[in-house]
Design a protein around this ligand. Sequence first.
Ligand code: RRO
Length: 308
Amino acid sequence: IGLSTTIAGVKFPGCFMNAAGALCVTRDELLALGRSKAGAIVTKSMTMEPRHGNPEPRYYGFPGGSINSMGLPNLGYRAYADLIPELKRCGKPVIASVAGLCEDDFPTIAEAINAAQPDLIEVNLSCPNIPGKPQIGYDAEASERLLKRVRRVITVPMGVKLPPYFDPAHHDAMGKVIGRCDVDFLNLINSVGNGLVVDPEREAVVIKPKGGFGGLGGTLIKPVALANVRAFYKIFQGRIPIIGTGGIVDGVDAFEHFLCGASAVQIGTVLVEEGLEVFGRLETELAALLEKKGYRAIEDCRGKLKEL
Ligand code: RRO
């Protein structure tokens, strides 16, 4: 059974990789991803300057998923630019996740990171956790302005990490923006922003920043992730490859993402909860499922979801 995949012409030895943010801030974490069975190394979203992020506790896992308000803790783009050559020697694609605290940061970071030649760049338009800053991805005009600016300086395949949308009108509006900006791949979805988890025992919130509000991930967001993968797969008729992210706990969840149209999948909450061993488990589970169903490779089931 082949679990390799291709995104924007780049070959991935496996279809499972970390989601940006999960175990990918430090050099040690990134090199450990390189040694693991992950099909790629994805960096933490980077900013101009190094950041400690929001006050702790800022991540909380519970049976249905997770809530986080990390606040972009990262080493700053210069450190990641210096690390990329070493990461590339791990023998799998390196995806650099580019963010910023304001619009002008993105092209500066994108140009410098592009010069370090990661295999792909993912532009994160969907960080929900900077106090007082709305997500760029919920502003179609700002998204288009920003994507056109970064596209000018990025020569490697450029992807966009979008927030979840909850209305077909919003899928269509962002689809038009993406269609005008020469985007090579999409990553769907970032966390479901500004949820609130309550501990009834302590009668309190579970994370400190923003009064307890944070981005939701894990099992509980899977239907939202699948809907966004499917909506954009249909808008582009499969012509823009999609990385599916959200709610993947086992091989069946990954298979559902592929049926909806994903070409690869990323693991956030369950990677944090279970550690790097998750990649081997997911590969085993997906291979067994594909085998049982008579599929020989991911591309044989991609997008093949039946409608009634
Ligand atoms: O660092 C974060 O708080 C964070 C980011 Br940049 C993001 O894109 N998504 C998320 O759930 N958390």
